[in-house]
Design a protein around this ligand. Structure first.
Ligand code: TYM
Length: 331
């Protein structure tokens, strides 16, 4: 039995990028790996590395929990929990800060991007964020961590931190492997295909959220930036916008990029976009209906209570051993 661990940060609305790069993979893996355990959480401690409005943060935290289930995760096989409800994440995060170097944190692109944005109010927790993320993962001895491409660097650092700890104190943490999907690991902004589709992206035409209605989805796909070549082929260098749409189409409908290209090679952008929009609507609207059911039920709280109890048990035992190993406390 392997343990699979991953999380989503409740900042902004969930996007199609989060769905394709992460949640859809979780669901697929869960179907394919019947004997494995899934620990999935909402990374609310990560969200507060930038300023959040408290009631919005709480709402988005529950929204993500409900969305995980609405997207098809099996509640019986998922330990679903909220990061801040398990204090050992922060405790281990602090310990791991002592096992990671400033230089390593300074090399993280997420931090570098923030520095370049000339934002003067970068919190110190934004800088140490990768230590907390490493804690989220190794606290549960994760074997695999399914994530989108943008988290690859954090996963590499997590492995380095785990190896360093194991080397100094003797084997203790499982060194996790990232699982990054072959197609859809980096969904790009619909208006600027040079940039990752992101919930903090300012132009709403650039991203589709999991809450967008049929009209909005169709409008955003129709206005997605393509090119003037007018030929449907997969060329991520010359036809970035179109390649992104092909990626979305292939991921969402579980068919290969080649099959998509083959189907539309004699067609035009308009028809291709109409079909893509329809496919997206057919996938997202049922998820939204399911979300409505779950968010308005009492069951969500019960599932989160159960998740907290299982995760907390594991985390408590692991941290007790960890502190003993390091020499913290009396015994
Ligand atoms: P976050 O909340 O930014 O994103 C959640 C997941 O969605 C993926 N993702 C994308 N995939 C493809 N295309 C995109 N445009 C796109 N945008 C986002 C991300 O790669 C991620 O898998 N630090 C993490 C949250 C986290 C975490 C963890 C993840 C905290 N602790 C431990 C795994 C394990 C983050 O900010 O992801």
């Amino acid at each position: 039995m392997k343990r699979i661990v991953s999380g989503i940060k409740p900042t902004g609305s969930l996007t199609l990028g989060n769905y394709i790069g992460a949640i859809k993979q979780f669901v697929k893996l869960q179907k394919a790996r019947e004997n494995d355990e899934f620990f999935l959480f909402i990374a609310d401690l990560h969200a507060i590395t930038t300023r959040q409005i408290p009631h919005e943060l709480r709402k988005r935290t529950l929204d993500i929990a409900a969305m995980y289930l609405a997207c098809g995760l099996d509640k019986e096989r998922t330990t679903l929990f909220i990061q801040s409800e398990i204090p050992q994440h922060a405790e281990l995060g602090y310990i791991l800060q002592s096992n990671v170097y400033m230089g390593e944190l300074e090399r993280m692109t997420q931090y570098k991007d923030k520095l370049e944005s000339n934002d003067v109010s970068i919190s110190s927790s934004l800088f140490t964020y990768p230590a907390l993320m490493a804690a989220d993962i190794i606290l549960y001895d994760a074997d695999y961590v399914p994530v989108g491409d943008d988290q690859k660097q954090h996963l590499e650092l997590t492995r380095d931190i785990a190896n360093r700890f194991n080397h100094y104190y003797s084997d203790f943490f499982t060194v996790p492997e990232p699982l990054i999907p072959e197609v859809g690991a980096r969904i790009m902004d619909l208006q600027n295909p040079e940039k990752k589709m992101s919930k903090s992206e300012n132009n709403p035409k650039g991203y589709i959220t999991l809450f967008d209605d049929e009209k909005t989805i169709t409008r955003k796909i129709k206005s997605a930036k393509t090119d003037s070549l007018g030929i449907i082929k997969y060329d991520p260098l010359e036809q970035k916008g179109l390649a992104n749409l092909i990626n979305i189409f292939a991921s969402i409908s579980d068919i290969s990029i080649n099959q998509i290209v083959d189907k539309y090679k004699n067609s035009d952008y308009k028809t291709f976009k109409e079909d893509l929009a329809k496919t997206l609507v057919d996938v997202l609207i049922p998820i939204q209906l399911k979300y409505q059911e779950i968010i308005n039920s009492n069951e969500l709280n019960e599932i989160l209570d159960k998740g907290r109890s299982i995760a907390s048990d594991y985390a408590f035992k692991k941290m007790r051993k960890c502190k003993r190993k390091i020499g913290l406390g009396r015994k």
